[in-house]
Design a protein around this ligand. Structure first.
Ligand code: NDP
Ligand code: GDR
Length: 324
C-alpha cells in the first residue's frame, strides 16, 4: 500500500485529492495546522478514512517530524495562503506560507524521505501580465500580485531542488479550477452562492469588482487527477493544466444567472472594494504537453461547471432553511 501525505487537505483540492487517492487504495495522511476549532467541513465525509497529523508550513521541525513519522511515497504540497486579494493586505505572511513554506517542505523531504515524490501546487497567476497566449510551460512569467510572486518562488525552488539534489519534485502550473467546494470568497463561488440567494429571495444584489477579467476555468476533480499523474512519470517534469478555453467574469455571470432564468444586470453592482491594485487580464492555457505525456484531459466544460455550482448552492441553501 502506497502512502500519500497531503498538505492543505482541508482545502478544495485537498479534499478531492484525498478521495481520488483513497479510491486508488492509498493510505492517505493529511497535515492540518493547529486551530482552536476543527473546521474540517470539506473532509467531514472522510474523517474515518484518512489520518491527520498536526504540522504547520511555518514550522520546519513539525514538517520534518511529520515526514519522518508518516514515511510517504508521495507528498502533495497544496497548502498556501491561496486568495490573491489577501496577498496585498498580508504580503509578508503570504510569502511565508506560499513561498518559503515550499522550501521548508523540500528541506524536510530532503532530510527525512529523499526518495519520496513531491508535487508543488504552482499557479497560472505566475504568468500574470500577458506575454503570450495561450500560456504554456515555456511562456515567460510576469506575476502581478504578492501571491503570484510567492508562487513563482515556490515554482523555482521546486525546480532548483530537483536539479540540485536529484529529488523527484514537480511543479504543476494549474489554471483556475472550481467546484461546489470552492471557497466563498473566490469569484465563481461568490457568484453561484449569490445566484442561489437571489433566486430564493434571500438577497437582492451581488457586489463584484472587475467583470472583464478572463480566466480558464476547469473542474477541481479533474485537476487533482493531473497532480497524481505527474507523480507517476518516469522522469519528473513541470506541466500546465487547464481547459484551453477562456471566459470573462461577465460571461460567468450570464451563464449562472441565466441557468435560473434571471438577468444578471438587474442584480450585480460594481464595487471598488473588489477591484485589485494590479490585475491579471487574460489567462488561457495550452495543456498540450499534459495531454501528450500524461494522457490528461478535462471532462467538465464551462457551462457544465457553472450549472453544477449553481445547482449545488441552490440545494445547500434550500436544505439549510428547509424551504424554497
Ligand atoms: P484552499 O484555499 O481551498 O486551501 C488551502 C489549504 O492550505 C487549506 O487546507 C489550509 O488549511 C492550508 N494551509 C494554509 N496555510 C497553512 C499553513 N501555514 N500550514 C498548513 N496548512 C495551511 O486552496 P485550493 O484547494 O483551491 O488550492 C490548493 C493549492 O493550489 C493552493 O496552494 C493554491 O494556491 C494552489 N492553486 C489553486 C488553484 C485553484 O484554482 N484552486 C489554481 C492554481 C494553484 P486551513 O483549513 O487550516 O486554512
Ligand atoms: P484568482 O481567482 O485571483 O484568479 O485566483 P478569483 O476567483 O479570486 O478572481 C478571478 C477574477 O475575478 C475578478 N473578480 C473578483 N474576484 C473576487 N474574488 N471577488 C470579486 O468580487 C470579484 N470581482 C471580479 C478578479 O479581479 C479576478 O480577475 C485563483 C486562486 O485559486 C489562486 O489560488 C490560483 O492560483 C489562481 O486562481 C489560478
Amino acid at each position: 500500500m502506497r502512502t500519500a501525505l497531503i498538505t492543505g487537505i482541508t482545502g478544495q483540492d485537498g479534499s478531492y485529492l484525498a478521495e481520488l487517492l483513497l479510491a486508488k487504495g492509498y493510505r492517505v495522511v493529511g497535515i492540518v495546522r493547529r486551530s482552536s476549532t476543527t473546521p474540517y467541513e470539506r473532509i467531514a465525509h472522510l474523517v474515518d478514512k484518512v489520518e491527520l497529523v498536526s504540522a504547520d508550513l511555518l514550522d520546519q521541525t513539525s514538517l520534518m517530524d511529520a515526514m519522518a513519522e508518516v514515511k510517504p511515497d508521495e507528498i502533495y504540497n497544496l497548502a498556501a495562503q491561496s486568495f490573491v486579494a489577501t496577498s496585498w493586505t498580508q504580503p509578508v505572511l503570504t510569502g511565508e506560507f506560499t513561498a518559503t513554506g515550499v522550501t521548508r517542505m523540500l528541506e524536510a523531504m530532503r532530510r527525512t524521505v529523499p526518495r519520496s515524490r513531491f508535487y508543488q501546487a504552482s499557479s497560472s497567476e505566475m504568468f500574470g501580465l500577458v506575454q503570450e497566449t495561450p500560456q504554456r510551460e515555456s511562456t515567460p512569467f510576469y506575476p502581478r500580485s504578492p501571491y503570484g510572486v510567492a508562487k513563482l518562488y515556490g515554482h523555482w525552488i521546486t525546480v532548483n531542488y530537483r536539479e540540485s539534489f536529484g529529488l523527484y519534485a514537480v511543479s504543476g502550473i494549474l489554471f483556475n479550477h472550481e467546484s461546489p467546494r470552492r471557497g466563498l470568497e473566490f469569484v465563481t463561488r461568490k457568484i453561484t452562492d449569490g445566484v442561489a440567494r437571489i433566486k430564493l429571495g434571500r438577497a437582492t444584489e451581488l457586489r463584484l469588482g472587475n467583470l472583464e477579467a478572463r480566466r480558464d476555468w476547469g473542474f477541481a476533480g479533474d485537476y487533482v487527477d493531473a497532480m497524481w499523474r505527474m507523480l507517476q512519470q518516469e522522469t519528473p517534469g513541470d506541466y500546465v493544466i487547464g481547459t484551453g478555453e477562456t471566459f470573462s467574469v461577465r460571461q460567468f455571470l450570464e451563464e449562472a444567472f441565466g441557468h435560473v432564468d434571471l438577468d444578471w444586470r438587474e442584480f450585480v453592482k460594481q464595487d471598488e472594494r473588489f477591484m485589485r491594485p494590479a490585475e491579471v487580464d487574460l489567462l488561457v492555457s495550452d495543456p498540450a504537453k499534459a495531454a501528450r505525456e500524461l494522457g490528461w484531459r478535462p471532462t467538465v466544460p464551462f457551462k457544465g461547471l457553472v450549472q453544477m455550482m449553481v445547482d449545488a448552492d441552490l440545494a445547500r441553501h434550500r436544505a439549510a432553511k428547509g424551504v424554497g
